[in-house]
Every structure is written in C-alpha cells, then in structure tokens.
Design a binder for this molecule. Sequence first.
Ligand code: HEC
Length: 104
Amino acid sequence: MRFLVLTMMLGLIAAPAFAAESAADADKDAANIFNSTCGWCHQGGGRVAGGIGPKLMNSERDDEFILNRIRQGKEGKMPAFGGSLNDAQIQALLRYIRNLKPEN
Ligand code: HEC
C-alpha cells in the first residue's frame, strides 16, 4: 500500500517532466530512426531523389498519406513500420519529413 502511494506520488511529480522531455526526445529520435531505418532507401536523409525510395523533402502528400505509408508500407517497395514503430515515433517521423531543409 505504501509502495502504491509512493508510486502514485512519483508519477504525479514525474509525469509533466517526462511529457516535456519526450516531445523533444521524439524529434531527436526521429532523425536517428530515419538515418538507421529509412535512410538507406531515402537518400540524403530524405532530401534527395535517386535512391530506392523517392525524395521526401517538400512532399505534396498530405499528413494522412505520409502517416499511412509509414504504417502500412507499400507492397514490394517499402516495408510497413506500423508494427515496429509506435504512434509517437511515426508522428515524429512526419514532423521530421515536414521540417527537412536542403543541406548546405
Ligand atoms: C526498402 C526501402 C525503403 C525503406 C527502408 C523505407 N522506404 Fe519509404 N519508400 C520506399 C519506396 C520504394 C517508396 C515509393 C513507394 C511507391 O511506389 O509509392 C517509398 C515511399 C515513402 C513515402 C511516400 C512518398 C510519396 O510521396 O509517395 C514516405 C513518406 C516514406 N516512404 C517514408 C519512409 C520512412 C519514414 C521510412 C522509415 C521508417 C521509410 N520510408 C523506409 C522505400 C523505402
């Protein structure tokens, strides 16, 4: 019982800090996930064409399309990541793609 109360108190104190951290962390993670998981098909961090997958920077696709493509992949072309990445990670990948700027 004492353990439960303690856990609840810690939860209350820790929750806001974790929430703030995880949004920033998710964006940092997205770049890492992209580099390790997507980058070998989407070249230049998603900035350039000419790889196995298309350029993603300045995509004219809407958010829903991009989220679904990441979740479901495309048969024979791109693996589905809905099973290996959670929703926060997939949303962060969408933000990563939207924020891509040319490298100088
Ligand atoms: C095995 C290679 C491969 C990997 C790995 C891969 N993709 Fe793709 N991706 C493709 C190909 C090929 C297409 C084009 C599919 C088509 O013909 O519509 C594509 C399409 C996309 C599209 C839609 C682009 C558009 O305008 O149609 C997005 C967004 C995307 N990929 C994001 C990602 C993300 C994010 C990851 C990592 C989590 C990833 N891809 C991993 C090959 C890959």
